[in-house]
Write a protein that binds this ligand. Structure first.
Ligand code: IMP
Ligand code: MG
Length: 186
């Protein structure tokens, strides 16, 4: 069977069942760590974090709220951060006194998360922590503490499971590596 993504896919890096198994583990750990939290709020970073959020929250047994934050970095190409981050959609909930857990798809340079963490900290929550599905540590420019990581990956451009390739293919149930040739062709 052929798929619309075949042309872009070099290999499947993390298959669906491995993602789901790891997400269940993260959910169990987070549930234990926040067992006594009076106000857990998951803050999903749009758009990439959406699939991860909806799967992760099903494994979190502690009562919690969810909210969404959209940010974008600007100035350079679509595939690299610049350090300049802008808020496109802010939270609708108050942060004060809450235990905030930022839910992100991937941490690359670290610029996005550093910005988001500082932004939320200034709103006087009780705590701010980070869960990321993927981490590319070799790409880090800014040091940032990550509290929960799904998978550490090499410096390859990936797509699927929330991550886009020019805004498409976020719906794929797996994380795939993009064919270098397919990126150059465009
Ligand atoms: P950072 O600010 O460099 O850490 O950038 C993180 C953001 O860049 C992520 O939220 C993604 O939107 C995007 N990004 C980084 N690497 C990839 C990738 O391999 N595939 C798709 N998006 C990526
Ligand atoms: Mg993102």
């Amino acid at each position: 069977m052929t798929h619309s993504y075949d042309h872009y896919l070099q290999e499947i890096l993390i298959p669906s069942d491995a993602l789901q198994q790891r997400i269940a583990e993260l959910g169990a750990r987070i549930s234990a760590d926040y067992a006594d939290s009076p106000g857990l709020m998951l803050v999903c970073i749009l758009k990439g974090g959406v699939l991860f959020l909806t799967d992760l929250m099903r494994h979190i047994t502690v009562p919690h709220e969810i909210d969404f934050l959209a940010v974008s970095s600007y100035g350079k190409g679509a595939r690299e951060s610049t350090g300049k981050v802008r808020i496109d959609k802010d939270l609708t909930s108050e942060c004060e006194g809450k235990d905030i857990l930022i839910v992100e798809d991937i941490i690359d340079s670290g610029f996005t998360l550093k910005f988001v963490k500082q932004l939320l900290r200034a709103r006087h929550p009780n705590s701010v922590k980070i869960v990321t599905l993927l981490d590319k540590p070799s790409r880090r420019t800014l040091e940032i503490a990550i509290d929960y990581t799904g998978f550490e990956i090499e410096d390859k451009f990936v797509f699927g499971y929330g991550l886009d390739l020019d805004e498409k293919f976020r719906n794929l149930p797996f994380v795939g590596v993009v064919r270098k040739e397919a990126l150059i062709e465009e």
